[in-house]
Design a protein around this ligand. Structure first.
Ligand SMILES: [Zn+2]
Length: 480
């Protein structure tokens, strides 16, 4: 059997992080009630004219610079004509012959070194509406809130040789989009969607064989599974010398069936009859505009990760948890900027803060002022409160946006570290629990935990645990 290799290329659609749509002032907010973010322009009413959103141009140029592309000083919009209910105008405004960026590359970091992925082009276009099919009632509904939201489409070269390489690229891409503010990159909300094309050929040949395109993949898992599934099918056909049976066609991934379902073959490919969008002027971009944007690009995630590892003495695993969301790592660096120990700060954020966010299903911000977390860590470090009280205060701070020092005062939670006072409490608890003393003397270590619990109860959780433990052990050992 000959050796074959897999050839994969991507077309990634990315919703840009603008407040308003590409050609009108409708909101781009996700999750609004259906058909409330619409106007005559994005509904395609006759007589309306599109007005270009400059922010979209900025973000597309930013993406171009990050992916080392040429920013074309002149680019142009075209109409892609098709009739489908998700497109109220009967055409989509996109860029065909003169995209805003062309050429470019991105290097993914593989275990055995870097691998270059070429970028063919990046162009701007508008998103379509969304169809909702109610199977049981046998009707379809349409929501035009998404119609006209600005997208960029990044088209890569056919440079990927495996599904793993694709996932590596897409994860980097999503992080870059989020860290530089180009897009929120939320795949679950459709902000990042991917079409993949896949074919095979004999290793080291330059053949371009028939490829299968799989449309509209919405998660890394779907991309991965769809590619592996298609790869298996083609591999088998090649192995059995039945590669003639591979059709150049478009499929869609069915998550429930775990299969790629054919949609249409190349023969019935639509003719979009592209022509220049006469309602919009060409886009002319000045060098200064490009320069300003280039200077404004935030630290890219791979560089930031390297810096964080070098600058703060925290385990890589925690670095990766913090880097998962820009909100976390920004927060971490701010807490540390108040002079906090980086290890303590990382622990509080990756364990306690993330627990709170998960419990309360908060995803877009950390609801505790970073200076308050810094103060809280200090209160514990100085022995003013113990760690358990600290956790209670942290929970409280989510609801009451107050300085932890004030909260500790108001709630009377200052830790009891006074030796005389602790001696009294410990003495009383020992006298009150003769059976537990017997257990302790018989070597039952559980008894110690019982005493600690009773002492904490008696002090309403305010006793300083290490001090209590010392006094308790001494007193118990004194009993003959
Ligand atoms: Zn509108």
């Amino acid at each position: 059997m000959k050796d074959y290799e897999t050839i994969i290329g991507l077309e990634v659609h990315i919703e840009l992080n603008t407040n308003t749509k590409l050609f009108c002032s409708c909101s781009t907010e996700f999750g609004a009630m259906a058909n409330t973010n619409v106007c005559p322009i994005c509904m395609g009413m006759p007589g309306t004219l599109p007005v270009l959103n400059e922010k979209a141009i900025e973000l597309a140029v930013k993406a171009g610079k990050i992916f080392n592309a040429n920013i074309n000083t002149t680019s142009r919009f075209d109409r892609k004509n098709y009739f489908y209910p998700d497109s109220p105008k009967g055409y989509q405004i996109t860029q065909m012959d003169m995209p805003i960026c062309s050429g470019g590359y991105y290097d993914i970091e593989m275990e055995d070194g870097k691998k270059r992925i070429n970028i063919d082009r990046i162009h701007i276009e508008e998103d379509a509406g969304k169809l909702i099919h109610l199977k049981e009632e046998n009707i379809s509904l349409v929501d035009y809130n998404r119609a006209g939201i600005p997208l960029i489409e990044i088209v890569t070269g056919s440079d990927f040789r495996s599904a793993d390489e694709v996932i590596l690229f897409l994860k980097d891409l999503r992080a870059i989009l989020q860290y530089t503010g180009i897009s929120d990159g939320k795949m679950e909300e459709g902000s990042l969607r991917c079409d993949v094309n896949i074919s095979m050929r004999a290793k080291n040949s330059m053949d371009l064989n028939k490829k299968v395109e799989i449309k509209n993949l919405n998660s890394f898992r779907e991309v991965y599974r769809a590619l592996i599934m298609e790869e298996e099918i083609q591999e088998k056909l090649y192995a059995e010398s039945r590669e003639d049976e591979i059709k150049e066609e478009t499929k869609r991934w069915d998550e429930t069936l775990g299969e790629n379902i054919p949609m249409r073959s190349k023969d019935d490919e639509q003719d979009y009859r592209y022509f220049i969008e006469g309602d919009l002027l060409d886009i002319h971009i000045e060098e200064d505009f490009i320069k300003n944007i280039s200077e404004d690009i935030a630290e890219l995630p791979n560089l930031r990760r390297k810096r964080i590892i070098k600058e703060y003495n925290i385990p890589i695993m925690q670095v990766d948890i913090l880097m998962e969301n820009k909100i976390y790592i920004d927060y971490f660096e701010e807490v540390v900027s108040y002079g906090m120990d980086s290890i303590e700060a990382a622990n509080w954020i990756t364990v306690d803060i993330l627990r709170i966010l998960k419990e309360r299903e908060i995803t877009d911000a950390i609801p505790i002022n970073p200076s308050y977390l810094a103060k809280l860590i200090n209160l514990i470090k100085n022995g003013d409160i113990n760690r358990n009280v600290g956790k209670k205060i942290l929970d409280m701070m989510v609801d009451i946006n107050k300085d932890p020092e004030t909260l500790v005062q108001e709630m009377g939670l200052i830790q009891i570290s006074d030796i005389d006072e602790l001696e009294k409490v410990v003495g009383k608890v020992i006298v009150d629990n003769p059976e537990a003393v017997d257990d302790y003397k018989k070597g039952k270590s559980k008894a110690l935990g019982y005493f600690m619990g009773q002492i904490m109860k008696a002090t309403k959780g305010k006793a300083n645990p290490p001090k209590v433990k010392k006094i308790l052990e001494r007193k118990l050992d004194e009993i003959k």
